[in-house]
Design a binder for this molecule. Structure first.
Ligand code: NAI
Length: 482
């Protein structure tokens, strides 16, 4: 008998295709590749056991292999049921030296189109380390905070002696989490407390996950230090904005192939993601309308030349709707009922609660039909259809392949540096939420200049003294907003 392999992916035979795309991506990820070269000898992550919960894409594969090249052991799950690229997952499971018959890569639990039960099981597998003193990782690399949430909820319920009755959960997904935790509470009492005791910290990728971390810190329940990678300038002002500028239209095109030019598109939210999305659709010739609750962002949108109004005002006339808020209940079933025939509705924010799909499904007589995976029409009783992308989950990763390599090289260089910081200097980071110091942010940017042929001007010492900054940086105060 052979033991079950320590990974679960869709199809190992996709590994060679995945490897070819990883090889192409490496060239487009100069930040990660130069960090590999810089730390090859020092091996700063030797001894790190990193559990990653982040979209299992080609770009993430380059991140995983960077962490391994720096000495880490890694286990991985995707942070969304639709975002895995199966060839990337296969290549990671097989590893650069292995074959599909003899896989030698990283334990990865991810495939495109997981159920929610499978999703949380995969997250649990990524957090479960057979060969560790605590049975768990000593570092977490998170995107959206689900791995961090599982550990925190586990500890909370172990302290309380029991998890709540799953039937009292306020959502299907939370019921699944409670069922999982009830099982582990019986199977392995104190699993989460033991596991949390050795976690040196978490580095968090996205706005929504960072929001959860600050809430836990505020409530005094954060169990280990966290680095907010999202608010590195070279993350949120690049990935969230220029990444979405690329991948939003990619998702809409692959899903629908509808001509965007001339259409009226509504973007809900004009933060970093909304700004990139608006530019993306305007670039295709759409007439873009913004909704906002924040007067500053609303004014920015107006100054950038967009009409700013409420969803109510345009819901029955616009053609494309995209939510980018990180908030809930942005487009309700009643809104979708007012939309035009074949209006396109999608979300690019982290969670799927921006669009009320459950409310849509509850409309009497409504019929859902799959055009292809992650593209559905919903036909109302009177015959009108709307097109919903990725069932309301982030459409750039569900309908396309997410952000391209070059922008993710910035995000993931920050992730790697943050992992090194927390793992190698635990005494410098008592439990709290931190952002990376500005000189590291500037370093990440610097690593990407050559590839674009950028020639930087060197500050002369008198000039540096005049504006009061060191010649080698950092160049801006922490208040500066870019
Ligand atoms: P942000 O905070 O910069 O922007 C969100 C904006 O939405 C804010 O300006 C806020 O005022 C506005 N907003 C909130 N409630 C609203 C409402 N009811 N109506 C209209 N506007 C409203 O956040 P950021 O960085 O733009 O991220 C947004 C979401 O996208 C988060 O969930 C984040 O995690 C996710 N994200 C997704 C990515 C992807 O590739 N799909 C990439 C990066 C972030």
């Amino acid at each position: 008998t052979t033991s079950a392999p320590d990974f679960k992916v869709a199809d190992l035979s996709l590994a060679s295709f995945g490897r070819k795309e990883i090889n192409l991506a490496e060239h487009e990820m100069p930040g990660l590749m130069s960090i590999r070269a810089e730390y090859a000898a020092a091996q700063p992550l030797a001894g790190a056991r990193i559990t990653g919960s982040l979209h299992m894409t080609v770009q993430t594969a380059v991140l995983i292999e960077t962490l391994v090249a720096l000495g880490a052991k890694v286990r991985w799950a995707s942070c969304n049921i639709f975002s895995t690229q199966d060839h990337a997952a296969a290549a990671i499971a097989v590893g650069p030296e292995g074959t599909p018959e003899d896989p030698q890569g990283v334990p990865v639990y991810a495939w495109k189109g997981e159920t929610l039960e499978e999703y949380w099981w995969c997250t649990e597998q990524a957090l479960t380390w057979a060969d560790s003193p605590t049975g768990g990782p000593n570092m977490i690399l998170d995107d959206g905070g689900d791995a961090t949430l599982l550990v925190h909820r586990g500890v909370e319920f172990e302290k309380a002696g029991a998890a709540p009755d799953p039937s009292t959960a306020d959502s299907d997904e939370f019921r699944i989490v409670l069922e999982l935790l009830n099982r582990t509470l019986t199977e392995s009492p104190n699993k989460w407390t033991r596991l949390a005791s050795e976690i040196r910290g978490v580095t968090e990728e996205t706005t929504t996950g960072v929001h959860r971390l600050y809430e836990m810190q505020r409530d005094g329940v954060l169990l280990f230090p966290a680095i907010n990678v999202n608010d590195a300038v070279t993350k949120s002002k690049f990935d969230n904005k220029y990444g979405c500028r690329h991948s939003l239209v990619d998702g809409i095109n692959r899903a629908t192939d509808t001509l965007i030019g001339g259409k009226v598109a509504v973007i809900c939210g004009y933060g970093d993601v909304g700004k990139g999305c608006a530019e993306s659709l305007r670039g295709q010739g759409a007439r873009v309308i913004i909704t906002e609750i924040d007067p500053i962002c609303a004014l920015q949108a107006a100054m950038d030349g967009y009409q700013v109004t409420t969803l109510d005002d345009v819901v029955s006339t616009a053609d494309i709707f995209v939510t980018t808020t990180g908030n809930k209940d942005i487009i309700l079933a009643a809104d979708m009922a007012k939309m035009k025939h074949q209006a396109i509705v999608g979300n690019i924010g982290h969670f799927d609660n921006e669009i009320d799909i459950a409310g849509l499904a509850a409309i009497p007589g409504i019929v859902k039909d799959e055009v292809k995976p992650q593209v559905h029409t919903w036909t109302f009783p009177e015959g009108k259809k709307i097109i919903v992308l990725s069932e309301g989950r982030l459409l750039n990763l569900g309908n396309a392949t997410g952000h391209p390599s070059f922008v993710m090289s910035n995000s993931f260089a920050n992730q790697t540096i943050a992992q090194i910081e927390l793992f190698t200097k635990p005494e410098a980071y008592p439990t709290d939420v931190y952002v990376l110091p500005k000189h590291l942010d500037e370093k990440v940017a610097r690593l990407h200049l050559d590839a674009l042929g950028v020639k930087l001007t060197t500050l002369r010492p008198e000039q540096a003294a005049y504006i009061g900054v060191p010649v080698e940086g950092p160049y801006k105060s922490d208040q500066y907003r870019y």
